[in-house]
Write a protein of this length. Sequence first.
Length: 213
Amino acid sequence: MPTTITINPDAPDEFSLRETVRCLRNGGIIIYPTETFYGIGALFTNDNTLKRLFAIKQRDPAKPVLLLIPDVSFIKNISSCISPALETLAGYFWPGPLTLLIEALPHLSPLVTGHNRTVGIRISSNPVVQHLLALLQDGITSTSANISGDLSPACIEEIPDTLLNAVDVVIDGGKTPGGSPSTVFDISSTPFKTVREGAISARQIMKVLEETR
């Protein structure tokens, strides 16, 4: 059975989050709240744990998985290309529900990048996961805490028991906003393109880019 931790988003319990950090560093998998839905997370550098995560979600291993990162400076660990567009969009929309696809460093696992050799990253605005990643100082996977193809959960009660019982730690941070998932925007090559339109519209993104050109 997993360890379930109830956390007040307005006052995250550091002791509990440090226990979660220990779990992640030991190859564990967690369920946690984000600014949209609940996610299922593991360190992106542990292939064995990533394979377990994909099995739990019944997810196609050829389908890449997005990452949440602690801060902008962490990007150097996953990409050698810090473009002006990345700096502009990160400065304007992060923390928040915009996932940016950028060129990945060669050592990143194909379970993270898929076959495109790109990696999707964002900084979450949820205070629980922000505090967690500040302690962890590493990136974790950001994919909905559901069986692939099912609806994304906005609260613990909407997550299937089979999935809850398959992970190591469950962080209950209350109901998340739900609504639309993060927007996925590809800036790894030109022309830029919207891969998935979600909480932030493509029009908003292009407006910011045009205003800073």
